[in-house]
Design a protein around this ligand. Sequence first.
Ligand SMILES: Nc1ncnc2c1ncn2[C@@H]1O[C@H](COP(=O)(O)OP(=O)(O)OP(=O)(O)O)[C@@H](O)[C@H]1O
Length: 455
Amino acid sequence: MPALQRTNSCTDIGFTLRRLFHKEDFRPHQREIIEAALDGYDVYVQAATSFGKSICFQLPANIDQGSDHHSGIPVVKSNVDSLRALGIEANSLNSNTPYGERIRLERDLESGHPRTRLLYVTPELCSGPRFRQRLQLIHEQKELARVAIDEAHCISEWGHDFRKDFKRLSWFRETFPDVPIMCLTATANPQVRQDVLSILGLDATPEKTKIFLMSPQRANLHLEIRYTKDEDDSRLSDFLRWIRGVYDRRRADARKAELTNDGERIESVPGIIYTLSRDECESLSAALRNEGIGARPFHAKLPKDVKEETLNRWINNELGYDIIVATTAFGMGIDKNNVRFVVHWRIPKSFEGYYQEAGRAGRDGNASYCFLYYSREDLERVMRLIRSDSKEETNQIARLKSLQALALYCEDTDSCRHATIYAQGLETRCMRGLASEEFVSTQAMQGTYDGYYDD
Ligand SMILES: Nc1ncnc2c1ncn2[C@@H]1O[C@H](COP(=O)(O)OP(=O)(O)OP(=O)(O)O)[C@@H](O)[C@H]1O
């Protein structure tokens, strides 16, 4: 067990939750996770998007002596800002940190007794020798309380989102064997989970590591596949018909009165459309704007201030910013509860990625719509993309397997989609009686893809 001296013996964590985070009560399992962390165990948390994983490492950081160190990308500035607004000494250090702020933070770390309680950094930064030296100094002063690794599935080459800098996070256990590690993810199948634990050097026995696997319980998500093909590409008209239908329903008398009462606009139906390329992201958002829909592009090549403005205005439900058309770079760490739909314009590169992105809808628990436009031509395109950009062979095999599972899921018109996700090991408990089960069997073009993978 870790040698650090802890102060939680008589701490009322419910009080801290109310006082610091202004939340009435813990959600199921949050208390057990936080208590395991404060007791010095290594902790592995696998829970749905919107479960409330962040509090599981943010709260202990305000109780432990010493500071916590949180790694995982990307760190969204608004997260740190909102923690600071609560009076929590949280900071982030990454390539976007302004020079003055960086110097201030480096001095704070070099003191060995930093004021920072919670430091968000990228795995790339963790690989740098100077940063590592600073952490070693903090550790010598017994001030490094815990390391939290978000999006931990990126550690595994078997995962859909493998990044080699995540793998180097194994350095923490090698260098600080007494510092507990907490890893968190929304999506990992059993093989990825195993891999994450072993790369990070966590002993999976219950005496050492507490493992929390939660059912995502996302019954509020309606999962639908819509078929299309290159020759007769109906995506745009289909989507416009759908979104205008939603607006029309909100314009109906009774609903309109309700919305006016709440000060809501008719078109304030926040959504995300995922595309595969930056070009399509730009052209699709322009096409939607031409049709009078408030859509904005979001991708890595846009200037930082444009991205920040787009994000803030979308989060604040502003006119003209109802829909974000984004590449997969968008979403990690973004906390917007009322996303009413997520559309995949083309098949994404992996099952796990699809599920994670779709899971950004309906974080408030209200009914939300997720649909994916599927075509065989897109499937072939994405396969070629994976073959050309996978550097590691293991990762390529894993990624192709994951894509194939997703294609089968898309082409299956007889099973409950939630049950298929369960069979992938992404949901840890199968839910029954979902409306989607009946819906799937009545989908148009039933049977179109029968037998595709028979050979
Ligand atoms: N105990 C609680 N009571 C009320 N709200 C909570 C509680 N815990 C978390 N939340 C809220 O739930 C929302 C989702 O939390 P959080 O961002 O931590 O989810 P997450 O599990 O990290 O999801 P993701 O994987 O999508 O990032 C946030 O708005 C957060 O403030």
